[in-house]
Ligand binder design. Structure first.
Ligand code: OAD
Length: 238
């Protein structure tokens, strides 16, 4: 017998953390309106000026650690738990590099653009938890080389993480929910179209219509802290 609770694929973006005080990228006054991503978020920028790149991510890490999850993060975590209890599943895929989903109570979170609270060694590939600033003089705890540590973040021109697991989850879903993302960075920006091709119902929850708004069967516009709890309550997952 089919599960009465759908298998839900949720994609989140910076908009879900906006009310926690973390800036989005492309809104007016957003991070990429104030800073040039080509000088801060590419492997070439890191090679040319590692201190500036590390400073930028050290600043963002401190901001993320000071932020608190908001009602949207908590509602999603609740929906994930309720879906599992009821025999369904909520796959939570985020483009965000903060840990507010986890601190809001979510179980499994797939960070396709990496995590601010992890560092990685460009020498040996070792990745590890890092809550403090990453400094150039700090040796890799695995291979002991110095000058090789970087944030474990996906930069422009690099391959997002966990793509196989994401693809498999999207293929199995019967409801696709996009929350707080402008739909401008691929591959995530292509998931709504992919879901439609697969015959999956698509929903957008956002402050305002995104670039992909035309691809959604259902849309709810307003602050995430209001529309996300209301949306999942409507599915009996509140
Ligand atoms: P964007 O800044 O592109 O889009 C943020 C979206 O959130 C917009 O559609 C806003 O309308 C919406 N928004 C703002 N405040 C909101 C609120 N209170 N409630 C609900 N929605 C709100 O951010 P992303 O789509 O996440 O990648 O950007 C995708 C990727 O681009 C990021 O992961 C990052 C960036 O470059 C990397 O750094 C690799």
């Amino acid at each position: 017998m089919a599960s009465p609770v759908p298998r839900i694929f949720v994609l989140t973006g910076a908009g879900i953390s906006a009310e926690s005080g973390l800036g989005t990228f492309r809104d007016r006054g957003g991070l990429w309106a104030r800073f040039d991503p080509m000088r801060l978020a590419t492997p070439e920028a890191f090679a040319a000026d590692p201190d500036t790149v590390l400073d930028f991510y050290n600043w963002r890490r401190r901001n993320a650690l000071a932020a608190e999850p908001n009602p949207a993060h908590r509602a999603l975590a609740r929906a994930q738990a309720r879906a599992a209890e009821a025999g369904g599943h909520l796959f939570l895929c985020t483009q965000n590099v903060d840990d507010l989903h986890e601190r809001g109570g979510a179980g499994a979170v797939v960070h396709m653009h990496g995590e601010l609270l992890k560092a990685r060694c460009t020498g040996c590939g070792h990745a590890f938890g890092r809550r403090d600033d990453i400094l150039r003089a700090q040796p890799c705890p695995h291979c002991a080389r110095t000058g090789t540590l970087r944030p474990d973040i996906v930069w422009f021109g690099e391959m997002p993480m966990h793509l196989e697991a994401i693809d498999a989850a999207l293929t199995r879903a019967d409801l696709f929910v996009s929350i707080g993302t402008s739909g401008s960075v691929y591959p995530a920006a292509g998931y709504a179209a992919q879901a439609r091709t697969l015959g999956i119902r698509t929903c957008e929850l956002n402050l305002e219509p995104s670039d992909n708004a035309g691809l959604f069967d259902e849309t709810r516009y307003g602050p995430a802290s209001e529309v996300v709890p209301a949306f999942f309550a409507g599915y009996g997952l509140g």
